[in-house]
Design a protein around this ligand. Structure first.
Ligand code: ZN
Length: 303
């Protein structure tokens, strides 16, 4: 398989160049970009075609970048982001081989179904299959859909198998504690595949950081995190300190309340069995559904 991987990673490297040169296309998936022909890549690099990437899809399929939105048109939109995917497995349980990317996708689908059944919101998933997206692209997709709330679903992991419980993260430039800082470092690494930082676009990020709108968004995100704490604690095992803050790339949309939900420890056998069971998924989804209902009900009243 060495040849296959060498070729695949050469493709990622090319995609990385295209991203750096064309931030306007950030919301398009990397997978789409890898499939792009030499004419687009040469345009992005403003030179002659230097790289050849084979055409895998017809040109018209490129515009089909946004995920499907389900639910009644006049409802607020919740975008659920299943963490990791494709070449990025996320954390892996060393005993069972259970992969975070598979667990998060199953939870995200359960959340979508639970939220849609409530009839109160519309829902879209950033990915509904095993697919790699850079972090900026995840919230980029949600922003293009004009989402009212963004929920990124993850599983925690530490070397020590005893750590347990769910927690929720909202954005802060300063981590609330050492554990939060470590988590941010680990999750932000999802953009680095085979040593190539596919999410690197510092100019874009700094313009986001100075946006004043972000202050208000951070408050709204924290408000949702508090609601989730209240609803999750009776339903699922949670950490004593449930709400934490960290500089997480996936939460950096300036104008869209965003949380990262660490649903439990994939490294802990009991947690892993729970979060990857139908009952665990149901309870996790129910806590989110309840928090979502209260969150939007409060916003309606505030208007
Ligand atoms: Zn993760």
């Amino acid at each position: 398989m060495a040849n296959h991987w060498t070729r695949a990673f050469a493709g990622w490297a090319i995609a990385g160049l295209a991203i750096a040169a064309a931030p306007a296309r950030a919301a398009e998936s990397v997978a789409d970009r890898v499939k792009v022909t030499e004419d687009r890549i040469s345009g992005a690099l403003s030179g002659r075609p230097k790289y050849k990437v084979s055409r895998l899809v017809p040109p018209r399929a490129r515009s089909a970048g946004l995920p499907k939105v389900s639910g009644d048109e006049d409802r607020p939109l919740v975008v659920i982001d299943a963490g990791h995917g494709g070449v990025d497995p996320g954390a892996i349980n060393s005993l069972t081989g259970l992969r975070e990317k598979d667990v998060t996708l199953r939870i995200a689908r359960a959340m979508r179904d639970e939220l849609l059944a409530s009839g109160r919101v519309r829902v879209a998933l950033t990915r509904d299959k095993d697919r790699y997206l850079i972090l900026r692209e995840r919230y980029g997709v949600a922003r293009r859909l004009k989402a009212d709330l963004f929920i990124s679903v993850h599983c925690d992991s530490v070397g020590n198998g005893d750590a347990t419980g769910a927690s929720v993260y909202t954005l802060s430039e300063v981590a609330s504690d050492k554990e939060a800082a470590r988590l941010a470092a680990r999750e932000n690494k999802a953009d680095v595949i085979a040593g190539v930082n596919l999410g690197d676009a510092s100019a874009d990020v700094s313009s986001i950081l100075i946006d004043l709108a972000q202050r208000e968004t951070m408050n709204a995100s924290a408000g949702f995190a508090r609601l989730l704490a209240r609803e999750a604690k009776p339903l699922i095992p949670t950490k004593a300190k449930f709400h934490r803050m960290a500089s997480l790339m996936v939460l950096k949309a300036p104008d869209m309340p965003s949380i990262l939900f660490e649903t439990g420890y994939i490294s802990n056998p009991v947690d892993a069995a729970f979060i990857d069971s139908p009952e665990g998924r149901q309870r996790i989804s129910e806590s989110v559904r309840r928090a979502v209902e209260v969150y939007f009900a409060k916003r309606m009243v505030a208007r």
